[in-house]
Design a protein around this ligand. Sequence first.
Ligand code: FUB
Length: 321
Amino acid sequence: MVRDHLRKDIFIADPAVHVFNGKLYIYPSHDFDAGVPEDDLGSHFAMEDYHIFSMDDIDSEAKDHGVALHVKDIPWAGRQLWDCDAAYKNGKYYLYFPLKDKTDIFRIGVAISDKPEGPFVPEPFPILGSYSIDPCVFEDEDGKHYMYFGGIWGGQLQRYRNNKAIECGSQPGDDEPALCAKVAVMRDDMLQFGEEPKDVIILDENGEPLKAGDNERRFFEASWMHKYNGKYYFSYSTGDTHKLCYAIGDNPYGPFTYKGVILNPVKGWTTHHSIVQFKGKWYLFFHDVEISGKTHLRSTRFADLNYREDGSIETITVNYK
Ligand code: FUB
């Protein structure tokens, strides 16, 4: 069942959802109209702060805890606070966020709080060696945390190969392997990568890496990781083909084998999500622009997520009136 939007009075997108202290905490982007014209680099997504929301129950109101972090408080900030995520370790909460630095390069920063809703205090510099967008931090059952990240086009992933910036950003040819999301284990203090990021390889049904021209299935942005019945589910957006897809692997690094579509295209250009288990049931949180009708003013909603006996996920479709 697809549920209604969580809030109609504030635009919230890119929902990363976690259970902390028995409640659902939602870490969304805070969309607003900055008056920036729309382009392929996503300049119109000119967000300046984060609000964090909590829900006591799946049917209860999403409470707005106010500004948790503002761009003016981040020492290395240029512009554009995009999709964030949060993690908990040893009594502290960590908010991970992508932001363009003063040279207009996306980096990933981290901010710390004693409470899941913040306020969060940013570290003075971005994470060393970080680039691109859409951090997702997954805690495995052994307590290790892994960051998945990356996004092409406005997310700048095409400007890197082997974690190094290249002179001119370029997409691989259609028959070459697709650009991959990246994954790195976090250092024990949660403030830096504990290793060089590695490619998140997605294989097709023949065990071959998905090709860059496979636009219906290849990675674009919006990584998420969850574990179900001992398997690792890497899910992501296909960007310009507007789907949320998933691939399954045996460990946090993959490789992952492509399995199918979680969410058919919604209203709006972007699609983005998280998957969370709460009080024994699984949910998909995502956004669309049904309320605003504008690409950059998105609203978060959710749907029940169902697994078949073989571990595959039933595809969700929003039936708009
Ligand atoms: O919110 C800005 C960008 O739009 C996100 O970083 C992408 O995943 C897309 O949802």
